[in-house]
Write a protein that binds this ligand. Structure first.
Ligand SMILES: [Zn+2]
Length: 117
C-alpha cells in the first residue's frame, strides 16, 4: 500500500497543477507507466487511485496503467532489447548473464482532458 500511495500522490500533484476548476466536470484520462519489476501491480494501483480520488473532487478520471519498457543488456550475446514483462533471461540466447536497467519504476506519461466545447 505504501508504494501505491506514493505513486497516486504523484498523479494528484500533477493533476492539481494542470487542472483548473473548469476541468473538474470534463473527462480526464491519465496514462501512467509501471515497471514490470515493481512491487506495485496495475490492479492495486488502480484500486488505490479510485479510493483516494473519491475524497478529492476528481471523479471523472480514468487511470490507464501501461507497462514501462526496460532495457535488457545481455552480456552473453551482447544484444540489447526492450522488455515489458518480468524476465530474467535473454530472449535471444536464453542466457541469464544479463543486466536490466531499473532506473525507473513509475512515471506519468500523459494527461488528456476531453474538450467538449
Ligand atoms: Zn543473449
Amino acid at each position: 500500500m505504501m508504494h501505491e500511495t506514493k505513486f497516486v500522490s504523484q498523479i494528484f500533484a500533477v493533476l492539481t497543477q494542470k487542472l483548473d476548476k473548469s476541468s473538474i466536470l470534463k473527462k480526464i484520462t491519465v496514462t501512467v507507466r509501471l515497471s514490470p519489476f515493481s512491487h506495485v501491480s496495475a490492479k492495486t494501483l488502480k484500486e488505490t487511485f479510485k479510493q483516494l480520488a473519491e475524497g478529492k473532487n476528481f471523479k471523472n478520471i480514468e487511470l490507464k496503467v501501461l507497462p514501462l519498457q526496460l532495457l535488457l543488456d545481455c552480456k552473453n550475446c551482447k544484444r540489447t532489447v526492450f522488455i515489458m514483462e518480468k524476465k530474467f533471461i535473454c530472449p535471444f540466447c536464453n542466457s541469464s548473464n544479463i543486466e536490466i536497467k531499473m532506473d525507473k519504476e513509475f512515471f506519468i506519461e500523459t494527461i488528456e482532458v476531453e474538450d467538449n466545447k
